[in-house]
Design a protein around this ligand. Structure first.
Ligand code: HEM
Length: 381
């Protein structure tokens, strides 16, 4: 049966053959011959140096075949343009040259960037954020909030001055706007678009993108102020290593004594606030085209985007931990940053060396002129 069917098909094709041949122009000089668009004549691909031909040379042997021109376009070759390079750095260049970004194939830069973004940053960055958020939730539900062991005394020590709190909250609010808008821009199409639909998602993303652009500079300025304000008490000191080796005493339940900021906070400060903060800000300013006299071509933007995306994901991961400890994770921490004051018991239990220094009069109980709730008795000078 099968054989009979094959014979019929072959016969039908045989009958068609002369008809197809008649479709070809009698004196074909070149170009596509007949219905079969792959049948380009003259077939010059066996010519010597065929692959090295320019478009003009190719046109002579195979009229209509523009492969050399498109190969040049794909290789990042720029055509002639009279526009000044300073104003239009990439005019005349349609496709960027071949590069290999970390994690991409050796291909045209736009495609290489797309591969890094879609194959690495989005899936692995998203997974990392979810894993850390899940780990924090697990920790919270298994360990709960770190509370005070002793009774509160009612005597307060000023932990943060109004200036320190203003700098911190300006920075934190800008950070939250940036984080939320950044997450929606990067991952929103996976978790929001299917729920709210394309019209609302389009408007929301447009709004958030503009908020991102404006919150960025606020974050940059407040970040510098935060760094300058808190750098002194985040300098490494004796005991930091012990604190880190013992994990702050989190598992043993006996907190390792620390100065005003413990080694965990110092790691967040140096790695999260200082290093990542500056990288995030620098790459963000490039993406916002705010750095004067920089050439904003596609390659620069692609690199700035990849640096920005990776460093912001790492920064968000670190700050998820910071925000958790500063709110749900530890009783009294959020109040310290909200009101500026902590109870003596809190200071003794969480920052014992700092408390000792306050008690010894090396650090004043009250550093600003803001009214204290019930300040601890003035420390002896
Ligand atoms: C909603 C977001 C945030 C919350 C709820 C939060 C909360 C807190 C709290 C409660 C403290 C006091 C900790 C203590 O008394 O030892 C603190 C300290 C601090 N926060 Fe935040 N924070 C947030 C975001 C940020 C951001 C975005 C940055 C910087 C990029 C930042 C930088 C700092 C710094 C430098 C300190 C001083 C302690 C240290 O140097 O580690 N915070 N935060």
């Amino acid at each position: 049966m099968k054989k009979a069917l094959a014979a019929v098909v072959l016969f039908a094709l045989g009958c068609l053959q002369p008809a197809l041949a008649q479709d070809k122009p009698a004196n074909a000089t070149g170009g596509i011959q007949g219905q079969n668009i792959f049948e380009v004549k003259p077939d010059a691909s066996a010519d010597k140096g065929y692959d090295q031909q320019t478009n003009a040379e190719r046109a002579k042997v195979q009229p209509g075949n523009n492969a050399p021109m498109w190969r040049n376009v794909g290789d990042g070759l720029s055509g002639y343009t009279s526009l000044p390079k300073s104003q239009a750095p990439e005019a005349g260049n349609l496709v960027q040259p071949i590069v290999q970004y970390p994690g991409s194939l050796n291909t045209t830069a736009g495609e290489a960037w797309r591969q890094v973004r879609n194959n690495w940053i989005i899936p692995y960055g998203g997974a990392l954020l979810l894993i850390i958020a899940g780990a924090i939730a697990l920790f919270y539900f298994s360990k709960g909030t770190i509370g005070l062991h002793g009774q509160e005394t009612g005597r307060k020590i000023e932990r943060f001055t109004p200036f320190e709190r203003s700098a911190h909250w300006a920075n934190a609010i800008a950070f939250v706007i940036l984080a939320v808008s950044g997450l929606v821009m990067a991952f929103g199409k996976y978790f929001l678009l299917p729920v709210i639909g394309s019209s609302l998602f389009g408007w929301l993303t447009y709004l958030l993108k503009n908020m991102h652009n404006f919150a960025g500079p606020v974050f940059a300025v407040s970040l510098v102020i935060v760094i300058v304000t808190f750098v002194r008490d985040n300098l490494p000191s004796k005991g930091d290593l012990t604190w880190l080796l013992k994990g702050g005493g989190l598992l043993s339940g006996k907190e390792v004594p620390s100065h005003r900021f413990n080694a965990g906070e110092k790691v967040v400060f140096w790695f999260g606030v200082f290093a990542l903060g500056l990288i995030v800000v620098a790459s963000g300013l490039v993406l916002d085209k705010l750095i004067p006299s920089l050439m904003y071509d596609r390659g620069t933007m692609q690199i700035a985007h990849m640096v920005h995306a990776v460093s912001t994901v790492l920064m968000m991961v670190l700050f998820l931990g910071h925000i958790y400890i500063g709110t749900l994770g530890m009783d009294g921490a959020y109040n310290a940053m909200r009101t500026g004051y902590v109870d003596e018991t809190w200071a003794k239990e969480h920052h014992e060396l700092w408390y000792d220094d306050v008690k010894a009069g090396k650090i004043p109980t009250q550093r600003s002129n803001s009214p204290s709730p019930v300040a601890a008795p003035a420390a002896k000078a």
